[in-house]
Design a protein around this ligand. Structure first.
Ligand code: G6P
Length: 363
């Protein structure tokens, strides 16, 4: 097992560091920034022209990637919802002719997600799965499969698969827009250039993260809160899930705007707030963070250098400048590292957290 980890103490850290490669593999041959083209293997031009609405179903970390994808679609005017797969069976939204149901599942074997996928297919939806495993059950059920090509992930806590899923969903969203409305290729050029630079941007985060120092400073707090808006909301949920999975400490992710509607009652000097700034209504998120800070909570801002949040924040975890659609993914890498170092300090079983499994094949 040690041999598989190479120079790293844990698979999780190895996989966090593999993200530049994983992303490079995911996008290889699939984008051409100069032409503004997104070529998803197996999907002819126009493959998505009849899609009016996308319903994502997923669990755990994959659900957060799904939420990221739904945000990407809604922001460009295509209706999308992300549902927890285990809730989909209770009350699935209606399916119409133009509904595409996308099951996001790195393993392709999660029972809850497979059930949702089967019921969507039975209801007549067009189905697609975004997965890391060729020939998985999900890919056998779905009409179409899109592979994230992240390579094997051993750590139970998903890291590189999340980044690859979310990035592929950003590409899928723009491909659907192109097929449906003939979105001009020029409109995609700058995003695709930023996508092409993602491996390098992630590398920069990994090279000088600052996460270990933050984990040391706040490692004995009572609870850890994560806030953000839009893409930053999906990342906040993922940051908190990762933190609780591997540290066993209490962590929660909130939409920044919701903090004042209840969670603020929990805020004390013992509850550090990780605030994710992704260029979407950042001034509002900053105000929300300040409200927590006034109650004594230390604020750790995830934002580019020179961002206004750095003026008030107690700590700054830097993310390189990029397209607003992708900034959340860079913030997420920082949060993965914070969780990792916090868990190391507590001497937790990082690659195999108690009570959890890599893939849950029961309902
Ligand atoms: C388990 C894992 C999570 C994962 C979830 C969904 O609960 O512990 O890390 O996110 O399953 O897995 P999937 O394979 O469907 O992405």
């Amino acid at each position: 097992e040690q041999a598989g980890k190479g120079e790293y103490d844990h698979f999780m850290l190895k996989e966090i560091n593999e993200q530049p490669t994983a992303i490079a593999q995911a996008i290889e041959g699939r984008i051409d920034p100069a032409r503004g083209a997104i070529d998803l293997d197996g999907f002819e031009p126009g493959a998505f022209e009849d899609i009016d609405e996308v319903q994502f179903v997923a669990c755990g970390t994959s659900y957060h990637a799904a939420l990221y994808g739904a945000t990407a679609l809604n922001r460009i005017g295509i209706s999308a919802t992300a549902m927890l797969a285990n809730e989909y069976s209770v009350a699935a939204p209606p399916i119409d002719d133009g509904t595409l149901v996308v099951a996001v599942t790195q393993s392709g074997e999660t029972a809850d997600t497979l059930n949702a996928l089967r019921s969507a297919a039975a209801a007549g939806a067009e189905t697609l799965t975004l997965t890391n495993v060729i020939g998985s059950t999900a890919s056998r059920i779905a009409d179409k499969t899109l592979l994230i090509r992240a390579g094997p992930e051993i750590g139970v806590a998903a890291t590189k698969t999340f980044s690859s899923q979310a990035l592929m969903l950003v590409l899928l969203s723009r491909r659907i827009a192109a097929d449906r409305s003939g979105e001009r290729s020029g409109d995609r050029r700058s995003l695709l250039e930023a996508v092409e630079s993602m491996p390098e941007s992630i590398e920069r985060v990994l090279d000088r993260s600052g996460a270990a120092a933050v984990a040391r400073r706040y490692g004995d707090s009572q609870s850890y809160f994560f806030i953000g808006r839009g893409f930053g909301y999906a990342v906040s949920l993922e940051g908190a899930l990762k933190f609780k999975e591997i540290t066993y400490e209490h962590a929660e992710g909130f939409a920044s705007g919701e903090l004042k509607h209840g969670p603020l009652a929990l805020v004390t000097p013992e509850t550090p707030i990780f605030a994710v700034f992704t260029g979407t209504e950042d001034e509002k998120t900053l105000k929300n963070a300040e409200e927590a800070q006034t109650r004594g909570a230390p604020v750790i801002a995830l934002c580019p250098p020179g961002h206004e949040a750095t003026e008030i924040a107690d700590e700054h975890l830097e993310i390189p400048e990029t397209d607003a659609t992708l900034a959340g993914l860079l913030a997420n890498v920082q949060l993965q590292l914070v969780s990792y170092y916090a868990a190391t300090q507590l001497d937790r079983s990082i690659d195999k957290p108690r009570n959890l499994a890599k893939s849950v094949t029961v309902e």
